[in-house]
Structures are given as C-alpha cells and as structure tokens.
Ligand binder design. Structure first.
Ligand code: SF4
Length: 353
C-alpha cells in the first residue's frame, strides 16, 4: 500500500527502477545494487552499505520498502507444511502456505484481502472483500517465507508458486500480472513461468486477456460441477459466466497458448461426486487438452459439506479414466494447521469480532 507520496521499491523491476532513478537524478547502475539488496532480503536502506549515506537518505525521501505489520507462522506436526498469516498496516490479513513435494518447495499465495466471488465451499466466503493486494504485497509473502526458511535451511529456494490462496487472481488482473513478471525476474525470485499456476473461478473476459499475455504459466480453472444448475448453486460466478461461455473460452485459451488447462474439482459427498456427474464432466471436457485434479472439499463451519467417501472417489476417478480424461488427486497436506485456503484468516477475523 502506498504510504505518503513515496513509492514502494518492491514494485519495480530492475529496468523500471533504472528509469525511475534517473528521473530523480540518481545514476542508473544504482538500480542493480538496490535490487541486489532486495534479493538478499534487505528491508531497510541502512542495510545497503555499499550506497553512501547521502544517497540512502535521498532514496528514503522518494521510496520505502514495504513490510507486513506482523507475520504469524503455523507449522504442521504431520508433514513439513507451514502456514503464514500476514497482517498489513491497513489491518487487512491474508494467508500463504509453504508445501514440500518431491520436486521441491511450492508456495500458495493470496492475491486479495477477501474475495467477491462467494463460492459456497470456500472459507473466505461470507467475510467480504476488503481490497486488492499490490504486486509488492503478493511478492512479500514469498519474501517472508523465504527468510523464515533460510534460518534453518541455507539452501532453501521456492521452486513453484500457485495463486490459489485468498482472492480471485484474475479480479486483480494488473497487479497479478506484474507480480508474475517480478517473481520470474532473474534479479529476484527467478521462478520459471512453467512453474507458476494461476487458479480462477472462471472470469471469462480475463481468461481471454490472459491468453494474449504470452506467459507460459499453468491455468487452473475451478470447475467443481459438470452442469450449470449444480455449478450455479455452488459458485455464484456461474450465473454471469455459465459453462456455455466458460468452456468454449477454455478451448480457445488452449488453442492460443498450446498449454494444457487443469480443472479443479472438489468432491463433495452426495453433491457432485456421483458416477453420473463424472460422465457428464467427461462429456463436457471431451477432446480438450486438459486434466482434472480431484481435491477434497474443505469442511468448514461456514458450509455443511463433507468429503466424498473413498468408494465414491474411486468410482468417480474410474468413470473419468474410462472416458479417457486424465485425472489426478491432490494430497491433503497440513491438515492439522487449517492449511485449506482462508481458514486462518476466518479464525482471526471472527476472533476479532
Ligand atoms: S474459492 Fe477462490 S474465488 Fe471462490 S470465494 Fe474462495 S477465494 Fe474466492
């Protein structure tokens, strides 16, 4: 968030900072030095010891380095999952998760404080929307997770990132695209676009816009139902962008980008997990370069949903496989620390009421 008239240093790429510094009469090459300090996790100008004191004072007049007001950490006892609750000066809070897989560490980040979309199965629903996060505030989540991990693991590095935390990323389009570019920057986190995933509940115009960006990220579309009646009852966004608009747009996205889409499907016992639903889903996705990722629904206080039984899950998977749809199942990690999106924030906000 912007404080007084100064600008957040974390918002700039190296080339942008070069231009901005020369506007202030500062040599361009200083941008490289400053970005290097940021990549080494500096959070104050006084740490930038290869810059002269007068230069640091001048920088401080024009810029600041954003930081959260507090960061709370929750470590799972069941696996290496860590969850972080970030509170900003504005009082808004968001959460992020660090997950360890065979291929390395992955972070799941929030893009908005709250969400407007109102999906019934989501812990963020019903808490309203506060504001969009800036690209710097999305980046900060990675920054503080990295700092925390470096304390015990000097080789720690984030390999993958997913935008699947609080908020609808495509509803905060410009900040999210800027963030992806910053995270990809070799000067900062240097994460390849192919190791980034963005999850959307299905905002059709923004999916079309994303296809034009030429960013080879993975697009995940939260589907959760194979027909409009059921989907609209779970996800209000479906009334604006029904499957008859969403699925053709996804086909177009694949055609334009050549990238496979991942469809997220949270199995809810007795609601969307029948073999009929699986067959309807297979029909909907027929011939698409895609895969279906089955997840467990979050059982939260705000919904009365329960997970599918093992048998129902197996039947559902088998039906999809029979219909030649690629299907994977996501493991549940960090079950003891409310690792599902939005649960920590909900607890904090409800506790504050
Ligand atoms: S699932 Fe995502 S889009 Fe839906 S309400 Fe939750 S945060 Fe928003």
């Amino acid at each position: 968030m912007k404080m007084d008239n100064r600008e957040d240093l974390r918002l700039f790429s190296r080339s942008e900072l070069e231009i901005r510094l020369s506007d202030s009469g500062i040599e361009k090459y200083r941008a490289g030095q400053i970005i290097k300090w940021l990549s080494r996790h500096a959070d104050s100008f006084s740490q930038m010891t290869d810059l002269s004191k007068p230069l640091r004072e001048k920088l401080e007049q024009d810029f600041y380095i954003s930081a959260p007001k507090s960061v709370e950490r929750f470590c799972s006892k069941l696996d290496s999952t860590r969850k972080y609750l970030f509170t900003f000066e504005s009082g808004d809070c968001v959460e992020s998760v660090l997950l360890e897989y065979n291929h390395g560490f992955s972070v799941c980040l929030s893009t908005q404080a709250g969400c407007k979309m109102g999906c019934r199965f989501c812990a963020s629903s019903g808490l309203g929307f506060s504001r969009d996060l800036t690209s710097a505030e999305i980046l900060l989540q990675m920054e503080y997770i990295t700092r925390d991990m470096l304390e015990t693991d000097p080789d720690f590095r984030i390999g993958h990132l997913v935008l699947m935390g609080i908020g609808e990323p495509l509803d905060n389009y410009d900040n999210v695209i800027r963030f992806l570019k910053l995270a990809n920057s070799p000067d900062l986190f240097n994460i390849g676009y192919r190791n980034m995933s963005l999850s959307t509940c299905g905002l059709v115009p923004q999916i079309r816009r994303l296809a034009e960006e030429e960013l080879p990220i993975t697009l995940s579309v939260s589907l959760h139902a194979p027909n409009d009646k059921l989907r609209s009852s779970l996800m209000p966004v479906n009334k604006t962008y029904p499957l008859s608009k969403l699925i053709p747009e996804c086909r177009e996205y694949i055609k334009k980008t050549g990238r496979r889409i991942s469809f997220e499907y949270a199995l809810i016992g007795g609601v969307n997990d029948t073999p009929e639903c699986a067959r309807e889903l297979a029909q909907l996705l027929k011939g698409m370069l895609c895969h279906v990722n089955l997840i467990n629904v979050n059982e939260t206080k705000s919904n009365n949903f329960s997970k599918s039984s093992k048998e129902a899950r197996l039947l559902f998977t088998n039906e999809l496989t029979k219909c030649k749809i690629n299907v994977t199942s996501r493991r549940t990690l960090g079950a003891d620390i409310d690792a599902a999106c939005g649960q920590l924030r909900r607890k904090k906000l409800e506790g504050a009421e």
